[in-house]
Design a protein around this ligand. Sequence first.
Ligand SMILES: Nc1ncnc2c1ncn2[C@@H]1O[C@H](COP(=O)(O)OP(=O)(O)OP(=O)(O)O)[C@@H](O)[C@H]1O
Ligand SMILES: [Mg+2]
Length: 239
Amino acid sequence: MSPALLKLEGVQTCYGPIEALKGISLEVKEGEIVALIGANGAGKSTALMTISGVLAPRRGRIDFLGENITGLPAHEIVGRGISQVPEGRRIFPRLTVLENLEMGAFLRRDRRVIEADRAAVFEQFPILKERSSQLGGTLSGGEQQMLAIGRAMMARPRLLLLDEPSLGLAPIVVSRIFEIIRTINRFGKTILLVEQNARAALTLAHRGYVMETGRIVMADEARALLSNPRVREAYLGEG
Ligand SMILES: Nc1ncnc2c1ncn2[C@@H]1O[C@H](COP(=O)(O)OP(=O)(O)OP(=O)(O)O)[C@@H](O)[C@H]1O
Ligand SMILES: [Mg+2]
């Protein structure tokens, strides 16, 4: 078994008196797509924001590449190789597409490699190249999601955290985004994917975790979760 790239142990995160993560443990191995599914308010975004250092856990431990990163500030965590695509995309609406991509590389000094990465993003998302001088805020929802993913890729992450990439997009655009995630993974990127679209996420992922009110209640191969009666009833709209 390959060692974990990311490992959470007993992570508790609170918003004041509200305990949003009640001690969660999970692992992501190199090369995997891991899906984190659960209802509204289960704590999925809180989990991603705790991993990316936007929120500091009150208890527990987070290891990345074999090092303890618990409580490090967000920019240091980006520097170590974790990039987050936040829920709602959060691109910079008044910056151009190109400037948005540049922001993703703001911690890097390796100019030449940055240019190569930008070329790779444009190859992956030809529409972003076409629109490179257009303001981010004028892009469609699907294009903004591509820009948010492209921006995260510009940090050259070892691990990509995606929070609800399909949210609010038309079905055809959703399938395009999931196709892109699959391709990015085939090229070797490890991905932790948060989705309410549980069926699509588990179809794409290798393994999955199910969260309920701040706890992980199930963990299994994605295929096994897809055929699990409890998952089918609660998250796949069956039974
Ligand atoms: N800034 C905040 N202040 C107080 N409580 C918060 C804050 N953000 C989230 N919460 C609470 O923490 C819990 C987990 O929220 P979180 O956003 O992580 O859920 P989620 O699984 O991502 O939900 P969704 O599917 O709706 O995005 C919820 O009960 C929520 O109300
Ligand atoms: Mg969320």
